[in-house]
Write a protein that binds this ligand. Structure first.
Ligand code: AP5
Length: 221
């Protein structure tokens, strides 16, 4: 890979985008831009964006494109993103992908790759229903598949772990439907642009990690 990575993680809820984005962040010194994390923080802090987004998050629906594009345009202009970025959970619609192209054009940047993770539906439900996230640093765990050393506490910072409100089975199904109808068209969009790298997302965290690094390195070769 070159010195600066600029990649997108595409994939259904629970595919492991956040888990793998954190590895890339560490390896390449790039920043993980998780639109889900940004929105959850905005909801918690009751900002104007948070007030607009809360109802959508709760139902597992997409926050309007305009809100998302403003939010990402602002985030990518922050200084740390000049070191590279991993977009995790954005874009999710063709309008967002087109908007992203414009934002990157203005900054004089281009995407290196779009990493598309595929995971069977039963596995997604299993992964999401056992997910725990750290309140303090955002590190991710699974009660069975990737447990913390001390139950309910983060290995990295000792923060308390919590379960996301949208990880209830009914909301997970709504999110999966939204993914199939609104985000899957991006596979074709990025394939046409020669950026798509498909990754089998079934396997252990370590196995997927190795596949992601291989794809990135082959993409850069
Ligand atoms: P967001 O937070 O982006 O959620 P998501 O896309 O549904 O993805 P997840 O965070 O659920 O899953 P992930 O793929 O990151 O998996 P993870 O690594 O955590 O979005 C939430 C909401 O915000 C949306 O519904 C929408 O309302 C709104 N939103 C966000 N972005 C938006 C946008 N661009 N436009 C409009 N609205 C937007 O892994 C899951 C679990 O599995 C963890 O427990 C992990 O430990 C475990 N795990 C991971 N990999 C493995 C493995 N290989 N083996 C076993 N377990 C594993």
């Amino acid at each position: 890979m070159g010195e600066v990575v600029r990649v997108v993680f595409l994939g259904p809820p629970g595919a492991g985008k956040g888990t793998q984005a954190k590895f890339l962040e560490k390896e390449y010194g790039a920043c993980q831009v998780s639109t889900g994390d940004i929105l959850r923080k905005a909801v918690q802090d009751r900002t104007a964006v948070g007030k607009k987004a809360a109802g959508y998050l709760e139902k597992g629906q997409l926050v309007p494109d305009e809100v998302m594009l403003n939010l990402v345009a602002e985030r990518l202009r922050e200084k740390d993103c000049a070191k590279g970025f991993i977009l995790d959970g954005f874009p999710r619609t063709v309008a967002q992908a087109e908007g992203l192209e414009e934002i990157l054009g203005e900054l004089g940047w281009k995407l290196d790759s779009v990493l598309c993770m595929r995971v069977p539906q039963e596995m997604i439900i299993q992964r999401l229903s056992g997910r725990r996230s750290c309140k303090k640093c955002g590190n991710l765990y699974h009660v069975v598949l990737n447990p913390p050393q001390r139950e309910e506490f983060c290995d990295r910072c000792n923060g308390e772990l919590y379960q996301r409100d949208d990880d209830r089975e009914e909301t997970i199904r709504a999110r999966l439907h939204v993914f199939e109808t609104q985000t899957v068209p991006l596979v074709h969009y990025y394939r046409k642009r020669g950026l798509l790298r498909e990754i089998d997302g079934a396997g252990s965290v370590e196995e997927i990690r190795a596949r992601v690094f291989r794809e990135l390195e082959e993409g850069a070769a």
